[in-house]
Design a protein around this ligand. Structure first.
Ligand code: DAH
Length: 347
């Protein structure tokens, strides 16, 4: 055979193989079929390899290159096509799976997160970055976890029927998230450090423009061998600056809580920075109360059997933080049904 005849024949074979491949693909019904076709053409002993073997028979370099390219193009074509076909196989639907495109569409719902959810997420994210773990406790509590273990004596006003929702069986709806401190310490059986926050719903018999019978708190507790009050101040200062902005001033005032000693109340600077004497948010004082805190009372450690430890705790109201952050004057807007009006104004 002359050189010309050889190249012509190869050309012819390339064309045939391509046609054969197209046939094969057309017939394929499953990924298996495509795999089989792939190995028939591209496999080690496949038809393409056979073609490559002929190339050395062509003496003329130009022709050799030309034929080499033709075989390569076919090889690439088969690779692409089998890849595409096997991917699209996944999309092939059985009859019963084919959607009825004549059906009317379903209405999409517009929505956004509730400001309390946004606020909670922000709070949790900041504390998690500081290494606090998230703990949860039950909303229905017993007297011991909610009061006694927290050094709240039986005659303390917080136990008053006015404030607490009692169930018929003597249990109650937790009035704060502080009982989670007790549960977290008992659960860890003295393994230090205890470093938790406890977000959740709490309940009190109270309802006006700034009080809701159901609201949210985030509790914090840090217990280790040695814990200083400056660490408490540093933690809360860092938190409120991250939450409200770096310019925020954080102030601690002496206060009283049965479960901490010493105790403090935490104020943050108002957006008006105290410059607006008629400011409705801070009433001209320049500061807003946002949390209670202190060093864990020895009686609290006693009730969970912890010895030779120190700790700090804090509790903050989530609605209050949300109201300050979003400039909401009436807490009822957060729970009312007219939520879309709220969203238009604040979010
Ligand atoms: N439990 C308190 C309340 O509901 C808030 C609180 C104050 C929590 C001081 C604390 C704390 O952990 O140390 O008003």
């Amino acid at each position: 055979m002359t050189e010309k005849e050889i190249t012509e024949e190869i050309r012819e074979r390339i064309k045939k193989i391509k046609e054969e491949f197209e046939e094969e693909i057309k017939k394929s019904k499953s990924e298996e079929d495509i795999k089989r076709a792939k190995s028939k053409f591209l496999g080690k002993k496949g038809l393409i390899q056979e073609l490559f073997k002929i190339i050395p028979q062509i003496k003329e370099e130009e022709k050799r290159k030309e034929i080499g390219k033709l075989i390569n193009d076919l090889k690439e074509y088969i690779e692409e096509k089998t890849k595409y076909e096997s991917e699209s196989q996944i999309l092939i639907l059985k009859d019963e799976e084919i959607p009825d495109i004549t059906l009317p569409g379903r209405r999409g719902f517009l929505g956004s997160l509730h400001p309390i959810t946004i606020t909670l997420q922000k709070i949790i994210l900041i504390f998690e970055k500081m290494g606090f773990e998230v703990e949860h406790g039950p909303e229905i509590e017993d007297d011991w976890h909610n009061f006694t273990a927290l050094n709240i004596p039986p005659d303390h006003p917080a136990r008053d029927m006015q404030d607490t929702f009692y169930l018929e069986d003597g249990r109650l709806l937790r009035t704060h998230t502080s009982p989670v401190q007790i549960r977290a310490m008992l659960k860890r059986k003295g393994i230090l450090p205890v470093k938790i926050i406890a977000p959740g719903r709490v309940f009190r018999r109270d309802f006006d423009a700034t009080h809701s019978p159901v609201f949210h708190q985030v509790e914090g507790l840090f217990v280790d061998r040695k814990v200083k009050m400056s660490e408490l101040f540093g933690t809360l200062d860092f938190f409120f600056k991250k939450f409200f902005g770096e310019k925020t001033k954080v102030r601690f005032r002496p206060s009283y809580f049965p479960f901490t000693e010493p105790s403090a109340e935490v104020d943050v600077s108002c957006l008006c920075e105290g410059r607006d004497k008629n400011c409705k948010v801070c009433k001209g004082s320049g500061f807003l109360e946002v949390a209670g805190c202190g060093m864990v009372h020895p009686e609290v450690f006693k009730s969970v059997g912890y010895e030779n430890v120190q700790g700090f705790a804090f509790g903050m109201g989530v609605e209050r933080l949300a109201m300050i952050k979003f400039g909401i004057k009436d807490i009822r807007l957060l729970f009312g049904e007219n939520f879309s009006a709220f969203k238009k104004r604040f979010l």
